[in-house]
Design a protein around this ligand. Structure first.
Ligand SMILES: *[C@@H]1O[C@H](CO)[C@@H](O)[C@H](O)[C@H]1NC(C)=O
Ligand SMILES: *[C@@H]1O[C@H](CO)[C@@H](O)[C@H](O)[C@H]1NC(C)=O
Ligand SMILES: *[C@@H]1O[C@H](CO)[C@@H](O)[C@H](O)[C@H]1NC(C)=O
Ligand SMILES: *[C@@H]1O[C@H](CO)[C@@H](O)[C@H](O)[C@H]1NC(C)=O
Ligand SMILES: *[C@@H]1O[C@H](CO)[C@@H](O)[C@H](O)[C@H]1NC(C)=O
Length: 525
């Protein structure tokens, strides 16, 4: 299906802006407008636009009648674009940004007002990111709750695809705006993302300064659509032949959403990104996701860092939601594998392959009765809350618990028929005898068998493995599409109520006490 705003490599603005009438050709980039949030210190905010080749452009920042700062540049010959980097600003506002183009004897002036400085977060992914506040639990109350959040500003990119990397957005669904029940609840999967909004609201409650939120997501799309050719190549994603990009069309086509919905934003200064995607890769290039996801993060980071002339941090914080659960006709390993690949097969983030990342575990936020299908759970508040904890720890350096318990040590006590798990944190346990499974092998055949809980204490859990008469090869936790009922998984960290993430650990010949990549590799005692 093709979106109404479908364009091929067009750079023409399809949105008529009030300011655009001020002069042919001279304009701000599509996402510089009234009510916006510009990135605060230590970064300098990038302001850019188009003009007449060779003209002088003076950008000034005003507070009331007072000029705070002035930057002068000129319009580049081939691209007809201009760009300035403002000095780093403390959070707050409002300010006015003025840009004046002088060419020969003509001056043209553009203004945007009500500009705040704060942290700008980009939110992207597929339908679970696209779901709006009108679709979630307690929608009416959440939609009405905007008065206290007038410094959280929202912006939503249109569904557009392009064959080439665009320099500016070809279309915008929602220009920078203060939140209202109308623009937050525009309809199902239309305009502002609920996860994005709730994440911004939680951040605002913690930081008490302006937050800018840019929503750019499209339902049903695989990671390949959001990846540049560079990252697909780095992961060996097949690009030719059968079932590959030649035959994939619409918004799932490789790189088309990167080109039209992400790349145009790369010249702005950002604080970070949050991402909720992966369902569309459960049956599409699933085994490559442990490469395509870290590669996307790395490529976005490089591109945004360069595009903002170093103002967006090289390793800006990148948060994501680990897939929730849904009612599937078949029960297989595909969902758990994507969840695992979302962590580059570590089970936790940040890790060596995914520095400066954070994750919200959501497998316990299932929603059997969601009117949008169980693939679209309505509790986005808990998703955003868990994400914001990760942001506070990873992006803002607060010392707080932002991830649930994982085993640090897994010890096989073969003679006692026990597998002892020592957790990194305190655990709160609710007995469930099928959630842990062991891979048991004999005659070159391995089978997954349930490993019931034997005993537990504050930080350890012993599994009964007597049902395995052969050799134990691996242990895994919550390795199903639907591991538990709503907020009823067997393992949580008690005070933070964060769920233990799913994991798989394999038998190694590592000596006890030696460290390995996986916190949970099994050691025989
Ligand atoms: C245009 O702007 C420049 C710089 O602000 C100023 O010196 C000049 O007088 C202006 N010219 C006109 C025609 O307004
Ligand atoms: C990714 O996972 C697949 C199996 O799902 C595995 O064969 C491959 O080695 C993994 N690649 C990386 C880079 O971890
Ligand atoms: C945006 O960044 C890219 C990469 O650094 C650069 O080539 C391009 O000229 C920038 N755009 C503007 C308007 O300066
Ligand atoms: C919805 O509101 C009820 C009543 O205040 C509350 O108990 C519940 O946790 C809310 N649900 C979500 C997902 O926030
Ligand atoms: C393993 O767990 C059992 C049951 O909790 C406990 O009695 C035993 O001391 C543990 N063994 C080791 C080596 O930690």
């Amino acid at each position: 299906m093709v979106a109404p705003g479908f364009v091929f490599g067009l750079v023409l603005p399809l949105i008529v802006r009030a300011d655009a009438s001020a002069g042919v050709g001279f304009r701000f980039a599509s996402y510089i407008g009234n009510d916006m949030v510009l990135q605060k210190e230590p970064a300098g905010a990038v302001i850019w636009g188009y003009g007449i080749s060779g003209a002088t452009v003076t950008v000034s920042l005003w507070q009331g009648q007072e000029t705070i700062m002035k930057k002068v540049t000129s319009v580049k010959a081939h691209s007809n674009s201009w760009m300035v980097v403002l000095d780093p600003m403390k959070p707050g506002g409002p300010y006015e940004v003025m840009a004046q183009q002088t060419f020969g004897r003509t001056n043209i002036t553009l203004r945007v007002h009500d500009v705040l400085f704060g942290d700008v977060w980009l939110c992207s992914g597929q339908s679970n990111m696209q779901m709006t506040v009108s679709q979630i639990f307690n929608a009416t109350r959440e939609l009405a709750n905007t008065v206290a959040y007038q410094s959280v500003r929202i912006f939503s990119v249109s569904l557009i695809q392009a064959e080439q990397e665009l320099e500016d957005l070809a279309q915008v669904d929602l220009q920078w705006a203060k939140p209202t029940s109308e623009n937050l609840g525009h309809g199902a999967f239309k305009y502002m993302s609920a996860v994005c909004w709730l994440f911004g609201r939680d951040l605002y409650d913690a930081l008490r300064y302006p937050i800018g939120l840019i929503s750019s997501s499209w339902g049903g799309t695989p990671i390949e659509a959001w990846s540049s050719g560079r990252s697909l190549k780095a992961c060996g994603v097949p690009t030719r032949g059968f079932t590959q990009s030649d035959t994939v069309t619409g918004p799932s086509k490789y790189s088309v959403l990167w080109n039209a919905m992400i790349h145009p934003l790369h010249n702005m200064s950002l604080k970070g990104v949050i991402w909720y995607q992966g369902e569309s890769n459960v049956n599409f290039n699933r085994d490559l996701y442990n490469c395509t996801f870290p590669a996307l993060i790395e490529d976005w980071r490089q591109t945004f860092h360069r595009g903002s002339q170093g103002q967006t941090e090289r390793f800006f914080p990148f948060g994501f939601v680990q897939l929730s659960s849904y009612l599937s006709a078949t029960s297989d390993d595909t969902f758990p594998e994507i969840r695992w690949h979302q962590t580059a097969d570590f089970g936790f983030v940040p890790n060596a392959r995914m520095p400066s990342t954070f994750m919200a575990v959501a497998m316990d936020l299932c929603d059997r009765k969601s009117p949008f299908g169980s693939i679209h759970p309505r509790d986005k508040q808990t998703v955003a809350y868990r994400l914001h904890l990760g942001a506070r720890a990873v992006a803002y350096g607060e010392k707080l618990i932002f991830q649930g318990p994982l085993p640090e040590n897994v010890e096989l006590l073969a003679d006692r028929g026990l597998l002892n798990l020592t957790y990194s944190q305190e655990i709160q346990v609710q007995r469930q005898d099928k959630i842990f499974e062991i891979s048991c092998c004999s005659d070159h055949q391995c089978k997954w068998l349930p490993a019931p809980m034997d005993a537990f204490s504050a930080q350890t859990l012993a599994l009964n493995i007597r049902s395995c008469r052969g050799a134990l090869a691996a242990v895994r936790y919550a390795w199903t599409t639907w591991p538990c009922e709503y907020k009823q998984c067997p393992l949580y960290h008690p005070s933070s109520t964060l769920p233990a993430p799913p994991f798989i650990a394999f038998m190694t010949d590592r000596k006890p006490g030696e460290h390995s990549k996986l916190a949970g590799d099994i050691v025989a005692l």
